[in-house]
Design a protein around this ligand. Structure first.
Ligand code: B3K
Ligand code: ZN
Length: 880
């Protein structure tokens, strides 16, 4: 998309604007193809701005109509207006009001940035640089203004007219038209502007804040879908309460609105007082949404709501600081889910996500620091690194400072920076000042890309009763960053004694240790624990206290011991994962050498113990029993990877687990059956997860009657979670009954786009090389649409990232297909196209044959004339 020039922007070049814009008055006359926007800006030169410095506003594809200053129409030689810029050549010295009228075409806006239409509803997406597609502006986050927005249109077509803030006026006009005026008293950057207009239904509720103010809550959706909004509303109210209790943050306007639309590039957007959501993260009922969907809705609602303070009240000075709002807000939504559900289960899920998405990003050509130092297209930096690693850095602060210290720092941040466009330095300074801690070295986490490797070697000295742990760290070279410095990292730990309890020690030398947190700060530290009377097994990086790869001299006995005894649930899970990972890697090597794939009986016994341990919550057991995904094995192997061999090895080991645990799995399948009404609560969700996992393993094991049971599970399911789990089991095991089940599903859910997305995804992921033919055919199915991002992600995205066997076909057809889709999509929706290319991000790790084929396809994309900045930026970095 042409929202940027494609030139490199550098953090070091930051300087404030020459002019401030104190207020913005927008007047929209809505029309599908010719919406007229009149913007009146109260402009004021900054103190040190030289008189007559031109005012340069940026636009993107705008049709200029007219402009005036303080009510007088501008002479033609007073300004330059092109679709992409408006320059007032010699502005007045005193504050002045600049009015510019533009025309835009919402219907023709297929990039879904700026003002566009989704199923007839007008809506906006302005972050990061979409406002310039609505009107000329200083479209950057450090220009904060008070907005008043008037929306006008035909009442029969757009009875609902919404914008940020509170409604202050409305009225009827001639010719069946009407208008509403909204005023947002909070100063905000343009990326938080939003407007919505359409014939929408809504549900409403109220929330009484801690200080006793009543807030009107509304969720707007397409008519007929209002029955599916209750969970979203419930999640919103719980989020509002939680932010008051946990962070002392109250909501600040009289009304909070959410609008769900069906065409949206991402999950949701935190516009002040008017969040706009992809309907996938709003709509839920038991028949069409899975437990995973319910949890996703809860956490995205929370995330966007929490942005009201971390993002809206305190925003970012420039886009390099994106992690200031995103990393912090992800941390906050993770904490919310941990408090609402299960902390260990949430932590394990988050670490899985981090390792699945952020680790490969950090190890490949697209690696960048949590705070990048340059960008060509900022849209390409809404990444796992900025979001998830950004959250990990905040988590490390919290771990290091403890609950009270962290809260004191956050309180100071809210107090000191409310109303500001802030930086990472501002943020870190609040924690340093509030706790008297020197945190300068923490800034390295924002500046250095690459996942550090921490190596730990421990030994016990029985004669001296000491345990010595040698810890070292190294941060790998990444694009543009050959040399790295050591970084401070909190290592939560325990020394587990022979009876399974953590051992006490008299004193420790060689590191700062507070409670169970040891700070690794140097490239290498030797830490000696005194008073250790028996050989311990160290449990390091408990709760994944730092986003690193841990290598150690632990033995397989140590791992089995931790799997059985570690008091830290995360590390118990991690112990199982490490053992499984070794088996999977050895299995993959064996497949390539045409040897046998071996499983370890001790490991199988360890898993059985977890499966049978009724003191562990079912959701946790379900996670602990899952083998690392094929993509995890791909990442850990790291070079000369053959994805097909991984798939064979994993299938073999999974079958062995299923066979070894068959008795227990049978029992669990029976015991966990739930006859009651569906509830998305964490307990019931965990039971379904474990039971559906048992079903899947039994099918893997080829147990007698397993296929028939999966079919029955599918047919008798009383909710989408069970139905989809059974369908997935049938499809992923390529069982003959899958086809009929897919047909039944399509009959049940035809016309329900979100339910049909699941149908498209599952079919895309069937692990057969020639499944590409099926995907191609599905592109002609009425459930698919090339203009809706959800449909594209459901079918093509699921194929590219969820079907390694077919995407990595040895003839390169999978790569060719995705490259073709990217090129076809790029002119229509560059953001979604560029994102699709991320499927290639680990192409250099492939074995030589596939690597050559993947590179050729990337080159074909790179050579395409007229590529968007979004796609060209990704493909160029990928090939560099
Ligand atoms: N802030 C938005 C993301 C905008 C993405 C623009 N490409 C949603 C979120 O992180 O909450
Ligand atoms: Zn966010």
């Amino acid at each position: 998309m042409k929202t940027s020039t494609g030139q490199t922007v550098r953090l070091e070049d930051y300087r404030p604007t020459d002019y401030a814009i104190d207020t913005v008055n927008l007047d929209f006359r809505l029309d599908p193809t010719e919406t007229r926007v009149a913007a009146t800006l109260a402009v004021e030169p900054r103190e040190d701005t030289a008189e007559g410095t031109p005012l340069e506003l940026v636009g993107d594809g705008l049709t200029f109509v007219t402009a005036s200053v303080d009510g007088s129409t501008l002479a033609e030689d007073a300004f330059d207006a092109t679709p992409d810029a408006f320059i007032l050549k010699s502005p007045p010295a005193a504050p002045f009001r600049l009015t510019i009228e533009t025309r835009i075409n919402p219907e023709g806006n297929s990039a879904l940035m700026g003002l566009f239409r989704s199923s007839g509803t007008y809506c906006t997406q302005c972050e990061p640089e979409g406002f310039r597609r609505i009107t000329y502006f200083l479209d950057r986050p450090d220009v904060l203004s008070v907005y008043t927005t008037r929306l006008e249109g035909p009442k029969d077509q757009v009875p609902v007219l919404l914008s940020n803030g509170n409604p202050i006026e409305e009225g009827e006009l001639d010719g069946g038209r009407h208008y509403v005026v909204w005023h947002d008293p909070f100063r905000k950057p343009s990326y938080l502007f939003a407007a919505v207009a359409g014939d929408l239904a809504h549900i409403s509720d109220t929330f009484v804040t801690a200080s006793g103010r009543t807030v009107d809550l509304r969720i707007y959706v397409e008519k007929g879908k209002e029955t599916r909004c209750d969970w979203a509303m419930d999640s919103l109210k719980r989020s509002m309460r939680w932010d008051e209790v946990r962070f002392g943050r109250e909501y600040d306007l009289d009304i909070f609105m959410i609008v769900a639309v069906s065409d949206f590039n991402m999950g949701a957007m935190e516009n002040k007082g008017l969040n706009i959501f992809n309907d996938k993260y709003i709509l839920a009922d038991p028949a069409t949404a899975t437990d995973v969907d319910y949890a996703g809705i809860e956490s995205v609602i929370a995330h966007e709501y929490f942005h009201n303070w971390t993002g809206d009240r305190i925003t970012c000075r420039d886009w390099f600081q994106l992690c200031l709002k995103e990393g912090l807000t992800v941390f906050r939504d993770q904490e919310f889910t941990s408090d609402e559900r299960s902390r260990p289960v949430k932590r394990i899920s988050d670490v899985r996500t981090l390792k699945a998405h952020q680790f490969p990003e950090d190890a490949g050509p697209l690696a960048h620091p949590v705070r990048p130092q340059t960008y060509r297209e900022i849209n390409n930096f809404y990444t796992a690194t900025v979001y998830e690693k950004g959250a990990e850095v905040v988590r490390m602060l919290a771990t290091r400072l403890g609950e009270d210290g962290f809260r004191a720092g956050m309180d100071l941040y809210f107090e000191r920076h409310d109303g500001d466009a802030a930086t990472i330095e501002d943020f870190i300074a609040c924690f340093a000042d509030a706790t008297g801690t020197d945190l300068d070295a923490m800034l390295l986490w924002y500046a250095q890309a690459g996942t550090p490797t921490v190596t730990a070697n421990g030994s016990w000295d029985g004669a001296n009763h000491t345990y010595t742990l040698t810890l070292s760290q190294s941060v790998p070279a990444t694009p543009g960053q050959p040399d790295k410095q050591p970084m401070p990292m909190p290592i939560r730990f325990g020394l587990v004694g022979p009876n399974g309890d953590d051992m006490a020690y008299d004193r420790v030398e060689g590191a700062r240790v507070e409670g169970d947190v040891l700070m690794l700060e140097e490239a290498e530290q030797t830490v000696v624990f005194h008073g250790i009377g028996a050989q311990p097994v160290p449990s390091l990086l408990r709760g994944f206290s730092a986003p690193v790869r841990l290598r150690s001299n632990e033995t397989s006995e140590d791992r089995l011991f931790l799997l059985a005894h570690d008091s830290d649930p995360f590390n118990r899970w991690e112990a199982a994962q490490r053992i499984a990972m070794d088996l999977l890697q050895a299995g993959t090597r064996a497949v390539r050498a045409e040897g046998d794939v071996i499983t370890d009986p001790d490991f199988l016994r360890g898993l059985a113990t977890i499966a049978e341990d009724a003191s562990l919550e079912p959701a946790y057991r379900a996670l602990a029993l899952q083998l690392p995904a094929e993509s995890d094995v791909f990442r850990e192997i790291g070079e000369d990877v053959d994805p097909a061999a991984i798939a064979v090895a994993r299938r073999t080991i999974k079958a062995a687990v299923g066979q070894a645990l068959a008795g227990t799995l049978e029992r669990l399948y029976g015991e966990l059956a739930d006859e009651g009404a569906y509830s998305p609560d964490p307990e019931a969700t965990g039971r379904r997860a474990l039971r559906n996992l048992a079903l899947d393993y039994l099918v893997s094991a080829g147990a007698d009657g397993a296929e028939a049971r999966a079919v029955a599970h599918f047919e008798t399911a009383r909710n989408m979670t069970d139905r989809l789990a059974a369908l997935s089991t049938l499809a992923m095991h390529r069982l003959p009954s899958a086809e009929a089940a897919f047909e039944t599903y399509a009959d049940l859910f035809a016309g329900d786009a979100l339910a049909m997305d699941k149908w498209l995804s599952l079919q895309a992921m069937i692990p057969e090389e020639d499944n590409l033919d099926r995907v191609r055919k599905l592109m002609d199915h009425p459930a698919f649409s090339f203009s809706n991002p959800n449909r594209i992600r459901a079918l093509i995205g699921a194929y590219a990232t969820g079907n390694p066997v077919s995407f990595h076909r040895t003839d390169g057809d999978g790569y060719r297909f995705i490259a073709g889709v990217v090129m076809e999509l790029d002119p229509k929706n560059p953001q979604v196209a560029a994102r699709m290319l991320a499927a290639f991000r680990s192409w250099r790790s492939l074995e030589a044959g596939r690597r050559t084929l993947a590179k050729a396809e990337l080159q074909r994309v790179a050579d395409r004339p007229g590529l968007s900045t979004d796609t060209s930026d990704i493909v160029t970095r990928m090939l560099d």
